[in-house]
Ligand binder design. Structure first.
Ligand SMILES: Nc1ncnc2c1ncn2[C@@H]1O[C@H](COP(=O)(O)OP(=O)(O)OP(=O)(O)O)[C@@H](O)[C@H]1O
Length: 867
C-alpha cells in the first residue's frame, strides 16, 4: 500500500496513474522486499488433560503429531510434522509479549507514515478474537496499539477537526475557525445526547504504558479509526450512527469498495472517527462491537462468523513557526488489524441453512486468500505475471493495497492444540508455511521535511520552517545562558510560554553591530524593523481582538445554551430518579423471580432424580416382563405340542369310534331285519350270525303263552333261540358230555317267557362260594342270570354265557362269550321312540362289548382283557 502523501491544494495526483502493481512486484529486487512474517500462537487447552497434537520445540518451531482419531492418521499419515515460524508463542504466553514482538514495529512504522497489515488466522475457537481484542484487564493487540499511539503522540496532537476525512480516503485541512465550530457543535451534541447506559458498569481498562519516542517534534498528528465487518462477502460499517431497525434487518446499509487516486483500496463513505485519546478510541471500538452484536441479532447471524477490520490512520503534517498546521503537505500511515472468521469443516460441525451459507462464504474468502498468496508467491519465484484474484472476495480486495503496494504484512496463526482440531490445524499450518514465502515491497520513509519539499516557495519555505524543534532549541539555549549568568534553576525561575518562544525563534533581527558613532543606518534599520514589528503586533492584536469577540460571542451562546442544558439536566435527573426507582422495583422482581427459579430448579432436580429412580424401576420391571413373556411363550409352545398330541389321540379315538359305530350300524340293520321277521311270525336264520349252529338254535314259538306281556326283544342277535353263543371262543376241547353251571341268584323272578335258555346237564347254583364248583371236571359252560328294573318299570333280565377253561395252574377260568337280554315293558310305560331304542341298542352293545371281554378265573379273580 502506498503511503498517502497528499497535497491538498491543488488536488492533483503526485504520481502518474499506476500500472498494475503486480508488474512492479515482479520488477523489484529481493533487497526491496520483506517476506510476510508469520507468528504462531498456541492457546491453552480448555480441558487440562485433553489430548494435544501440537508441541512447541523452540522459539520458532512447532511440531504437529497426528492423533489416532484424525483423518490423516486413518489415511496413513502417522508421522509428526515440524513447522517453522518467525516466532512461536506457547500456551503460557500473555498478551504483552505478543503485542511487543509482533505489533510494536508496525506502530513505529505507522507513526512514520508507513502502512502495515496484521491479520489473525486460524480455526474457529483458536483464539483469534482473544489475541486481537483481549479482555478489559488484559487488552489484546487493538487496545494496546491505541495506548501506544496516544502515549507517543500525546503532546504532538493537532487540535480536533483540523484534519478532516473527505470520504475518498484523503484528508482536508480546515481553518482553525471551522475546526472550532465543529468542536463547539460536538460539545452541544454531547449535551443533547444522554449519557450512554451501562458505561458506569464497565470496569477500569488496564492500559499499556509503552511509548515510541523517536518522533518528529515538528509534526502535528491526528488519529482516525474505522471499523467494518465483512459478513457473507458484504461490507458493513460498524461505526455508522444510523440506528438499526430490528423489524427491517435487510435495511442495514452495506458499503462498497473503491480505489483512491493512489490505487489504495478503501471502503467508500465509511464513518471515520477522529479520536483524541486511547480511552476515546476504546469507546469507539466498544461501540462498533456493540453494533456488530445488534446487527447480528437482527440478521440472525453469528458474530464469530464474520471478518472484522479495524483501521487506524495516523495523519501528520509539519507545523509552521507559530505552531499552526500548514495546508501544504500531509502524510498518512495506516495500520489494518484484521480478525478473520475461523475456518472449519462443515462435515464436522454439521451446519445447515444460514450457518452453512456463512461457512461457505468464510471458506470462499479463506480459499481466495490462499490462492492470492499462492499466485503472488509463484509470480515472485518464477517471474511470471499471473493475474491475482483479489476481486474474488471483499477481504482480499481490501488486502490488495498491501500485497501489491508497500508496507509490512504480518500474520498471527492461532492454534488450538486439541486433537479434535488436528486436520484443520494442519491445513492452517501449511497455509502459514506457504505465506512466509510471499514478499512485500518495503515501504520507503516518506520525506516530508519542508526543506526537501521541492514545490515549497521561498516564502512558503520560511512559513513552513520547523517551529517546535527550533523553539525548543532556542529555549534550551536561553536556559543554558541563564544558568551561566548565575541562575541556578532557570526553568522554574523563568517559565516560558512556548508560543512566545515560537515567535522569538522566527525573528531575524537586522545586524546590530555599530560600525561608527555617526552611523545612523543601524538606528534607521532598527526603527524600520521595529515599526514593521509594531505593525505586525497591531495586526495580530486586532486579529486577537476579533477572535476574542468571536470567542466571547461563542461563550455567551454557550452559556445560554448551558442554562438550557442545566434545566434539561434537572428534568433528566428527575427522569433518572424515576428510572432508578423503576429499576429498583424491577431488580426486586428479578430477585424474587430468581429465588423462585432456584426453588423450581431444586424441585426439577428432585423430580428428575425421582424420575430416574422410576425409570430404573421400570427397566427392571420391563426385564421381568420380558422374562415372563419368554416363559409364557415356552408354556404356550409346550401346550401347543400337548394339544397336538391330544388331538392326534382324539382322532385315533374317533376313528375307533367310527369303526364301532359302523359295526353297530350293521348289527342294528340285522336286528331290524329280525324284528320284521318276528313281527311276521316266522323264524329266520340271520346270515353271518355267530349263533347259526343247529344244536344251539331254538326257534321261539309264536303261539307260546305270555304271562305278563309280549316280550319285546331289543338287543342281541342271539334272540333267535339258543342261549349259548357260538360266535366267539367256543373251546374245541370242551367235551360234549360236560354240562352247564347255571348261576342264578335267589332274587331272580321267573318271567316264564318263551325265550328260555337251553342248558344240557345243568347244575344250578344261587351263589358262587367255592372255586371247586367251577373247576369241577363235569362243568364246561357257565351261565349267569341278572335282573334289574329301571325307573320306567321295565324289567331287564340278562343272561351272561361263557366257556369254562382249565388253566395251566390247575384252576379254571370262565370266559364270557355272550349275553342275552330279555326286557319286559310295563303296559303303562310310554312307548319309546325309535331313536331311544336305537340309543338303547347302542348302550347295550357297548355293555356287551365291555362284558364280553371279562373272564372269571376259578380262583375268583376277574381279569380284564384288552379289546
Ligand atoms: N490464549 C488464550 N488464553 C486463554 N483463553 C483463550 C486463549 N485463546 C482463546 N481463549 C478462549 O477461547 C475461547 C475462544 O476464543 P476466541 O473467541 O478468541 O476464538 P476465535 O478463534 O476468535 O473463534 P471464532 O473464529 O469462532 O471467532 C474464548 O473464550 C477465549 O477467551
Amino acid at each position: 500500500m502506498k503511503p498517502s502523501r497528499l497535497k491538498i491544494a491543488p488536488k492533483v495526483p503526485t504520481k502518474p496513474p499506476m500500472t498494475p502493481a503486480r508488474s512492479k512486484q515482479a520488477l523489484m529486487t529481493s533487497r526491496d522486499r520483506d517476506p510476510v512474517q508469520v507468528y504462531c500462537r498456541i492457546r491453552p487447552l480448555d480441558v487440562p488433560n485433553e489430548e494435544s497434537c501440537v508441541t512447541v520445540l523452540s522459539d520458532t518451531v512447532v511440531q504437529v503429531v497426528p492423533p489416532e482419531t484424525s483423518q490423516g492418521y486413518r489415511s496413513g499419515t502417522t508421522k509428526a510434522t515440524q513447522y517453522t515460524f518467525t516466532g512461536v508463542f506457547d500456551e503460557k504466553s500473555t498478551q504483552k509479549p505478543i503485542f511487543h514482538t509482533v505489533t510494536l514495529p508496525l506502530i513505529e512504522d505507522l507513526l512514520h507514515g508507513k502502512n502495515s497489515l496484521l491479520f489473525a488466522y486460524g480455526v474457529t475457537g483458536s483464539g483469534k478474537t482473544h489475541t486481537m481484542n483481549g479482555e478489559l484487564q488484559d487488552g489484546g493487540i487493538i487496545p494496546r496499539c491505541l495506548d501506544v499511539i496516544f502515549n507517543s503522540i500525546g503532546h504532538f496532537q493537532a487540535k480536533k477537526y483540523i484534519f478532516k476525512p473527505d470520504r475518498m480516503n484523503s484528508f482536508e485541512i480546515q481553518s482553525e475557525l471551522d475546526a472550532l465550530a465543529e468542536r463547539q457543535a460536538e460539545i452541544t451534541n454531547k449535551f443533547k445526547t444522554p449519557a450512554r447506559r451501562g458505561q458506569e458498569n464497565e470496569g477500569q481498562r488496564v492500559t499499556d504504558a509503552t511509548r515510541i519516542s523517536a518522533l518528529d517534534e515538528d509534526q502535528a498528528f491526528a488519529v482516525f479509526v474505522t471499523f467494518v465487518e465483512v459478513y457473507n462477502n458484504t461490507v458493513f460499517d460498524l461505526l455508522d450512527d444510523t440506528p438499526i431497525d430490528p423489524l427491517r434487518p435487510g435495511k442495514i446499509q452495506s458499503k462498497i469498495l473503491r480505489e483512491d487516486q493512489h490505487h489504495n483500496m478503501y471502503v467508500h463513505a465509511v464513518t471515520e472517527v477522529e479520536v483524541k485519546s486511547a480511552d476515546e478510541a476504546a469507546e469507539v471500538l466498544a461501540k462498533g462491537q456493540k453494533r456488530r452484536r445488534v446487527a447480528h441479532t437482527t440478521l440472525n447471524a453469528e458474530s464469530s462468523r464474520s471478518h472484522s477490520v479495524f483501521n487506524i490512520r495516523v495523519v501528520q503534517a509539519p507545523l509552521d513557526y507559530q505552531g499552526a498546521t500548514p495546508e501544504k503537505v500531509l502524510t498518512v500511515g495506516q495500520l489494518s488489524l484484521v480478525d478473520l472468521a475461523g475456518s472449519e469443516r462443515n462435515s464436522r460441525t454439521k451446519t445447515t441453512g444460514e450457518r452453512l451459507r456463512e461457512a461457505g462464504s468464510i471458506n470462499n474468502t479463506l480459499m481466495t486468500l490462499r490462492s492470492c498468496m499462492e499466485i503472488l508467491r509463484e509470480n515472485q519465484l518464477n517471474g511470471t505475471n499471473k493475474m491475482v484474484p483479489y476481486r474474488d472476495s471483499k477481504i482480499t480486495h481490501l488486502f490488495k493495497s498491501y500485497f501489491d503496494g508497500e508496507g509490512k504484512v504480518r500474520m498471527i496463526v492461532c492454534v488450538n492444540p486439541r486433537a479434535d482440531d488436528y486436520d484443520e490445524t494442519l491445513s492452517v499450518m501449511r497455509f502459514a508455511e506457504m505465506a512466509q514465502e510471499v514478499q512485500i515491497a518495503r515501504a520507503v520513509q516518506p520525506n516530508v521535511r519542508l526543506e526537501a519539499t521541492p514545490r515549497a516557495t521561498p516564502a512558503g519555505r520560511e512559513a513552513l520552517l520547523p517551529g517546535r524543534r527550533k523553539a525548543n532549541r532556542v529555549l534550551t539555549e536561553a536556559y543554558r545562558k541563564l544558568e551561566q549568568g548565575g541562575i541556578s534553576n532557570p526553568q522554574s525561575e523563568v517559565p516560558f510560554d512556548i508560543d512566545m518562544v515560537f515567535s522569538a525563534a522566527r525573528c531575524s533581527w537586522p545586524p546590530l553591530e555599530l560600525q561608527s558613532a555617526s552611523d545612523d543606518r543601524l538606528i534607521t534599520a532598527l526603527v524600520e524593523y521595529l515599526q514593521v514589528k509594531i505593525r505586525e503586533q497591531q495586526n495580530r492584536r486586532e486579529q486577537q481582538m476579533k477572535k476574542c469577540v468571536e470567542v466571547r460571542t461563542l461563550i455567551r451562546e454557550m452559556e445560554e445554551e448551558l442554562i438550557l442544558k442545566r434545566q434539561e439536566v434537572l428534568s433528566l435527573n428527575e427522569q433518572l430518579k424515576d428510572e432508578r426507582s423503576r429499576r429498583q422495583t424491577f431488580e426486586n422482581r428479578v430477585l424474587n423471580a430468581e429465588s423462585a427459579n432456584a426453588t423450581l430448579q431444586r424441585h426439577v432436580a428432585e423430580h428428575q432424580k425421582y424420575a430416574r429412580l422410576l425409570e430404573e424401576e421400570l427397566k427392571e420391571k420391563d426385564c421381568l416382563l420380558n422374562q415372563g413373556e419368554i416363559e409364557i411363550l415356552n408354556v404356550k409352545a409346550k401346550e401347543k405340542t400337548k394339544r397336538q398330541l391330544e388331538r392326534e389321540k382324539l382322532k385315533k379315538e374317533l376313528d375307533r369310534y367310527k369303526q364301532v359305530e359302523s359295526q353297530l350300524q350293521r348289527q342294528t340293520e340285522r336286528f331290524l331285519v329280525m324284528r320284521d321277521l318276528l313281527d311276521a311270525g316266522c323264524s329266520v336264520k340271520v346270515p353271518g350270525s355267530a349263533g347259526s349252529s343247529e344244536s344251539d338254535t331254538r326257534t321261539p314259538s309264536l303261539g307260546a303263552k305270555h304271562r305278563v306281556s309280549d316280550p319285546k326283544l331289543v338287543g342281541t342277535p342271539s334272540l333267535r333261540g339258543p342261549a349259548v353263543s357260538t360266535r366267539k371262543r367256543r373251546s374245541r376241547s370242551v367235551d360234549p358230555g360236560k354240562g352247564w353251571l347255571d348261576h342264578r341268584p335267589e332274587n331272580i323272578l321267573d318271567l316264564d317267557t318263551v325265550f328260555q335258555p337251553q342248558m344240557n346237564r345243568a347244575k344250578s347254583i344261587t351263589k358262587l362260594v367255592d372255586s371247586k364248583t367251577v373247576t369241577d371236571a363235569k362243568i364246561s359252560k357257565y351261565a349267569l342270570t341278572t335282573q334289574e328294573q329301571d325307573s320306567s318299570g321295565e324289567i331287564e333280565t340278562k343272561l351272561y354265557k361263557g366257556d369254562v377253561l382249565t388253566t395251566v395252574g390247575g384252576g379254571a377260568q370262565v370266559v364270557l362269550q355272550d349275553v342275552e337280554i330279555l326286557r319286559h315293558s310295563s303296559p303303562t310305560a310310554v312307548k319309546r321312540h325309535s331313536d331311544g331304542r336305537l340309543k338303547d341298542v347302542h348302550s347295550r352293545v357297548a355293555d356287551i362289548e365291555n362284558r364280553c371281554g371279562h373272564a372269571i378265573e376259578g380262583h375268583n379273580r376277574v381279569k380284564k382283557h384288552c379289546p
